[in-house]
Write a protein that binds this ligand. Structure first.
Ligand code: GLC
Length: 725
C-alpha cells in the first residue's frame, strides 16, 4: 500500500451540486428549484440541510431555523413558508390559503424530517459547541411539532397520525391517493375559481398532476379555510383522511432521533420514547397487510387499507418499525420485477410505483419515476436491517443518477433520463450526503493525520512472538487463522453500522485463542507450500489477518495511517523469516514487482525470502487484499481448492461496485485508485480497461465501454483510508 491520496473522481460533481445549491440559496433558505418552487418547502429543507451539514453548517442550521420561524402556535410546521418577495408565481399562495393570523404560510404540513436533519447536522458538525447550542434551541420546537401530530392528527390514539391533503404526503399525485380522491364528489360550480401556475415552467403537462387532481387539491384547501383550520372540525368533515405509511415512518424515525437529541442535551424524552413505541408497533401491526405482504396506508374515511403498490410501503424499514420477518418479505419484493431488481440491467434504483401495474408511468412525477429522496430513505432503511449488499448497490446507483443524467427533480425509471426541474435542491444535497458518506470525505470525520500527528514505529513490530502457541503442522494454518479472524469479526460485527467493533474484539477470549494460533506461525515451514494455489491462498489470508491483528494491537481507531510505517514495520514471524504487509503484497504476491511510486523492489537480489515469491503476478489479488480501509475489498477467507473461483468473485464484486462507474453520457469512466497505482499489473496502456470490461456485468455499459475503449476519458476516484470498523 502506498502513501497517496487523491481527491479526483466525484469532486467536480460535488462542486456542481454545491453551485446549484448556491444558486437556489436566498440568504435565508434554499428554494427547492430555481423557478418552479420559489418559496420554502417543509421537507425539502430537511433534505437540503442534510447535504449542507457536510460543508456549510451555518447554512444547514439557518435552513432549519428559517422553517421553524413560521411554526404555528399549535406546533404545526407548515408545508410552505412564502417569501413575500417572490409572490405571484405560484398557486395557491397566501391570498388563497387565508390561514389564521394572516401568516405567510400554507395551512397544511408535511413529513417531519427535521429531527433527523438536526441530529445529522450535530453529528457532522466541526464546531460541536455551536451545534449543541443549536440542538438546545431547536429541541422544544421539534418537540412541539411532534406533539402537534399526536394531539391533533391521532384523535383516536391509534399511534398513527393522518394526513388531510395529498400535498401533506410530499408525494402529490401518488397512485396511493387515486381512490380516496375519486371518492370526493366535487360540485364544480361551488369550487372557487383558480389558475394553475405549475404548468408555466416548461414541464410537459403529462409529467404533472392532472386537472381533476387539482380540482380536488383546491377543494380541500377551500374546505380547510371555510373551517378556519380548526382540526376537530376538519377531522369531522374532511373527505380525505389517510394514515400514510411514508408519513408515519418518517415520524417514527424522527422520534427516534429526537430521543437521541434529548439524550445529547440532557432533556427528558420519556414522552417521545412512548411515541416511538406506539407508532412503531402501530405501523408493524395495523398497516401490515398479510395478504399483500406489504405495508398499506389506511383510509380513515372508509376504514380500509388502500391496496396500492408504491415505494412508500418499504418505508417502515427507514422507521425501523418492521419486524425482521416483515423486512425479509419487503426485501423479496424490492428484488422482484415490480421494483426493478438491480440485475435487470436497465435499473436505476427503486421506482416510486410497481412497474408491472398498468398505470405505472416512468415519466410522471410520483407515478413511476425514481426520486432520490425516497431512495435515500430506503437506502438507510436497508442498511439499518443489515442488507448491506443491496444498500451498497443502491447507493452506487443513486450516486450515478445525477452524475450521468444531471441534478434533476426525478428520473425516468426505465432509461434514467432526468425530468422536472434541473438544479433541484434535494437531489444536489442528498447526492452530496451520499458521496461524502461513501468516502467519509467529510472534513470533520475524515482521518487524515496532519504532520506530527501520526506515529512511527521505531523498530519492526513482530506480532506473533508470544511464547504460548497452538502447534499446527498442516498447511491449512493461514486458512485457520483467517477463519478465526472471520469468526471474531462476525461476533463483533455491528449490523446497524456495518462495521467491526475492534475494541470489544480485543478483550475477548476468542482473540486470545487467535493470538495463540498466530504464534504457531513461528514454527511453520513455508517450503511446505507447493502449488501456486496453496501459495496464493496462504499469503492472501495471511496479509488480511495481519492487518486486522495489527489494527487491534496498535489500538488504531480511525485509520491505518495513524501509524505512518504500518505496512513496512508490522510483521509476522514465519519460520526463520519475518514478513511485513508490503513484503507479502509486493515481494511475494506481486512477484517482487516494484511498489507504485518507489524505485526499488522490496526484496533485494540476495534476499532469501525471494524463493517464496509467486512466479507470476495475478492482478486479481488487488481485490482480495484487505488493507483495513473502506476502499478495500471486503474481507473473506480463501482456500487453495477454490482460490481461482474466489478471486474471480472478488474481482467481479469490486468491478461492479461503486469503485467503477461508467458514464456513457460523458464518455467517461471513473475507476478506483487501485487501477491507477497498479496499472502495470493489468497490462499496458489501456489494457486496464479491457480488464474492467471483462468483468462488467451490465450489458449496456459493457457494450458502451467496448465501443469506446480508445476514446473514453478515465478519472480516478478518492481512496478512502478510514478504518473499516
Ligand atoms: C412538490 C413535491 C413535494 C415537494 C415540493 C417542492 O409539491 O410533490 O414533495 O416538497 O414539490 O419541491
Amino acid at each position: 500500500m502506498i502513501d497517496l491520496f487523491s481527491t479526483k473522481g466525484f469532486k467536480s460533481y460535488i462542486k456542481q451540486a454545491q453551485k446549484n445549491l448556491d444558486q437556489n440559496w436566498t440568504g435565508r433558505y434554499t428554494k427547492p428549484a430555481p423557478s418552479l418552487y420559489p418559496h420554502q418547502w417543509n421537507w425539502d429543507s430537511g433534505f437540503i440541510a442534510i447535504g449542507y451539514a457536510h460543508y456549510n453548517e451555518a447554512r444547514a442550521m439557518q435552513e432549519i431555523r428559517s422553517l421553524f420561524d413560521n411554526q404555528w402556535p399549535n406546533g404545526m410546521i407548515p408545508q410552505i413558508s412564502f417569501n413575500p418577495k417572490s409572490l405571484g408565481n405560484y398557486f395557491p399562495e397566501p391570498d388563497f390559503w387565508q390561514v389564521p393570523g394572516n401568516k405567510l404560510t400554507s395551512g397544511i404540513t408535511m413529513p417531519p424530517l427535521h429531527a433527523i436533519a438536526c441530529l445529522h447536522i450535530y453529528r457532522h458538525a466541526g464546531d460541536k459547541k455551536r451545534a449543541l447550542e443549536f440542538l438546545k434551541e431547536l429541541f422544544p420546537k421539534l418537540l412541539a411539532s411532534h406533539k402537534y401530530f399526536y394531539l391533533h392528527r391521532d384523535p383516536k390514539k391509534t399511534g398513527l397520525v393522518y394526513i388531510r391533503h395529498p400535498w401533506e404526503s410530499g408525494l402529490d399525485n401518488s397512485p396511493n391517493w387515486d381512490k380516496p380522491l375519486r371518492n370526493i364528489e366535487i360540485d364544480k360550480s361551488k369550487l372557487p375559481s383558480y389558475k394553475r401556475k405549475d404548468l408555466k415552467h416548461g414541464i410537459p403537462a403529462e409529467q404533472r398532476p392532472s386537472n381533476a387532481d387539482y380540482d380536488r387539491y383546491v377543494y380541500l384547501v377551500d374546505l380547510f379555510r371555510r373551517l378556519d383550520y380548526n382540526e376537530e372540525k376538519i377531522f369531522a368533515q374532511c373527505p380525505f383522511l389517510i394514515q400514510d405509511v411514508l408519513f408515519n415512518s418518517i415520524l417514527c424515525r424522527a422520534n427516534r432521533d429526537l430521543v437521541e437529541i434529548g439524550r445529547i442535551i440532557g432533556q427528558d424524552v420519556e414522552e417521545v420514547r412512548e411515541w416511538v413505541e406506539q407508532t412503531s408497533q402501530a405501523i408493524s401491526k395495523l398497516m401490515w397487510s398479510s395478504k399483500r405482504r406489504q405495508f398499506d396506508p389506511i383510509d380513515l374515511v372508509t376504514g380500509q387499507h388502500l391496496a396500492t403498490a408504491t415505494a412508500s410501503s418499504f418505508m417502515p424499514l427507514f422507521a425501523v418499525a418492521a419486524t425482521t420477518d416483515q423486512a425479509e418479505l419487503l426485501y423479496e419484493r424490492l428484488n422482484s420485477v415490480s421494483f426493478c431488481a438491480l440485475h435487470q440491467g436497465n435499473c436505476f434504483t427503486i421506482p416510486n410505483y410497481d412497474m408491472t401495474r398498468e398505470e405505472f408511468d416512468p415519466k410522471n412525477y410520483w407515478r413511476g419515476p425514481v426520486w432520490i429522496n425516497i431512495n435515500w430513505m430506503l437506502y438507510h432503511g436497508l442498511k439499518s436491517y443489515g442488507y448491506k449488499e443491496k444498500s451498497d448497490a443502491m447507493r452506487k446507483d443513486l450516486i450515478q443518477l445525477p452524475v450521468r443524467f444531471g441534478f434533476h427533480e426525478y428520473f425516468d425509471s426505465v432509461n434514467g433520463k432526468g425530468y422536472g426541474s434541473s438544479g433541484f435542491s434535494w437531489t444536489c444535497a442528498l447526492f452530496i450526503d451520499l458521496v461524502f458518506e461513501y468516502y467519509d470525505q467529510d472534513k470533520h470525520s475524515l482521518y487524515w493525520p496532519r504532520r506530527g500527528e501520526s506515529r512511527r514505529l521505531k523498530k519492526p513490530l513482530i506480532l506473533n512472538q508470544a511464547p504460548e502457541f497452538t502447534p499446527v503442522t498442516s498447511n491449512g494454518l493461514a486458512g485457520r487463522l483467517m477463519a478465526a479472524i472471520e469468526d471474531l469479526k462476525e461476533t463483533f460485527y455491528d449490523i446497524n453500522r456495518g462495521r467491526v467493533d475492534y475494541r470489544a474484539m480485543k478483550n475477548s477470549s476468542e482473540y486470545h485463542q487467535y493470538k495463540k494460533l498466530a504464534a504457531g506461525l513461528q514454527h511453520f515451514d513455508l517450503v511446505s507450500l507447493i502449488t501456486k494455489e496453496e501459495k496464493l491462498a496462504f499469503w492472501i489470508n495471511l496479509y488480511n489477518t495481519l492487518v486486522v491483528h495489527a489494527i487491534m494491537e496498535l489500538n488504531l481507531s480511525a485509520s491505518v495511517r495513524e501509524v505512518s510505517n504500518f505496512f513496512t514495520q508490522v510483521r509476522y514471524q514465519i519460520g526463520e523469516h519475518t514478513f511485513s504487509m508490503d513484503e507479502i503484497e509486493h515481494g511475494i504476491l506481486r512477484s517482487n514487482a516494484r511498489p507504485p511510486y518507489r524505485i526499488f523492489s522490496v526484496f533485494k537480489k540476495t534476499d532469501p525470502r525471494r524463493e517464496f515469491a509467486l512466479n507470476r503476478l495475478d492482478a486479481r489479488i488487488h481485490f482480495a487484499l484487505v488493507c483495513g480501509s473502506r476502499s478495500c475489498a471486503p474481507i473473506r477467507s480463501y482456500t487453495s481448492d477454490n482460490i481461482d473461483e474466489q478471486l474471480e468473485t472478488a474481482t467481479q464484486n469490486f468491478i461492479n461496485s461503486s469503485e467503477v462507474v461508467v458514464i456513457p453520457e460523458q464518455n467517461k469512466i471513473l475507476l478506483s485508485e487501485i487501477f491507477n497505482w497498479y496499472s502495470g499489473d493489468f497490462g499496458k496502456g489501456r489494457d486496464v480497461l479491457e480488464f474492467v470490461l471483462s468483468y462488467l456485468k451490465s450489458y449496456d455499459l459493457s457494450q458502451y465501454l467496448n465501443d469506446h475503449l480508445n476514446t473514453i476519458e478515465v478519472e480516478y476516484l478518492f481512496y478512502d483510508w478510514n478504518l473499516n470498523h
